[in-house]
Design a protein around this ligand. Sequence first.
Ligand SMILES: *Cc1c(COP(=O)(O)O)cnc(C)c1O
Length: 417
Amino acid sequence: MHFFEYVDGQLHAEGVPAAELVRRFGTPLYVYSAATLRRHFEAFDSAFAGLPHITCYSVKANSNLGLLKLLGQCGAGMDIVSGGELHRALTAGIPASRIVYSGVGKREAEIRQALEANILMFNVESMGELERLSSVASDMGKTARISLRINPDVDPKTHPYISTGMKKNKFGLDIEQSLAAYSRAMTLPGIEPVGIDCHIGSQLTTLEPFMEALDRIIRFYDRLKGMGLRIEYLDLGGGLGITYNEEEPPHPAEFGKALVGVLKDHPMTLILEPGRVIAGNSGILLTEVVYTKKTPSKDFVIVDAAMNDLVRPSLYGSFHAIKEVTPKGRPVLNVDVVGPICESGDFLAKDRDLPAVEQGELLAVFSAGAYGFTMSSNYNSRTRAAEVLVDGDKATLVRRRETYDDLIALEKDALNG
Ligand SMILES: *Cc1c(COP(=O)(O)O)cnc(C)c1O
């Protein structure tokens, strides 16, 4: 149960009818369920209870302060990939001692900001970054705790845009480069190598790629030990998949059991960076049907949410279930569900069987809690959607809808030239 259920023929988010949320906050509207977020976090975190570990939620999946605060209260640390995400995590009250920083392009100002905050660890992705980190840290009279991000060259068998641990990807260093980088790290002032990191991709639906990567990392760990390095942290990244349609990803408990089996003889603190598996099925996107349109070749349902709100279908060809907020038992039509944006790539679903919905009624796009709002934009000068966090019978507007004033706020000087 995901706490998005039909009660008396009406879709509810926990105790609140979706239609009531729309009356209060309008469409398009992202709706998150607090109970689902807590349940997903606890299911994931408890899977690793057998090992010392920190579950660092991946902020980029959904960075709303309301979610970060809620997950922080559950005991989550955070995995960040920018200075902006660090700012969000700290603002939400996440202790710096539970924050790890990944990403291939950390700028000097961002490195400085993270050192000032005294985060747990940098996941370093290149020699250039290692050298820069050393010089910035020395300059500040600080020491940067680091892991090197290993690219173990395993195929996660996911969409090419979200596989990250293959030789051809921009992420991390291969095993031989990593060995040289650890040797270098041991000699650098301002650097303390404390961990090993990898993140092989997203939306993985089997455990094999994880276990293959882990096997390579453990063998690498033994080589590092031979060099006299004391590795305290093993960061296995995120990537566990979810059910959008008919995928059957392993339950976090299976993932945990498999890892505990391999790691019980290696005295390290495990770090995990789940994003999608926590937030994905904790959110829906509510949208109104603006028009229905029949052409000789196709039926279209034109809704008020678009690729600027939820880009996953356009970007990755992703499937999101779409259902009526108030089902009426009508016959099914094969339709494209499209938005108002001037791009043929602007669709939420293609060739989808959907009841014959009518102008003005509401649809819910499921599994929209991760990589939904965070990937949204203002394309076509569309104001970004509002976000609501529902907890039982209570709905909190955790981000108000953008206004036309917001849209042009940063361009005030443009007319004065
Ligand atoms: C995106 C990302 C994650 C989270 O991935 P999910 O598939 O959402 O779990 C974790 N770690 C790093 C370094 C990432 O870039």
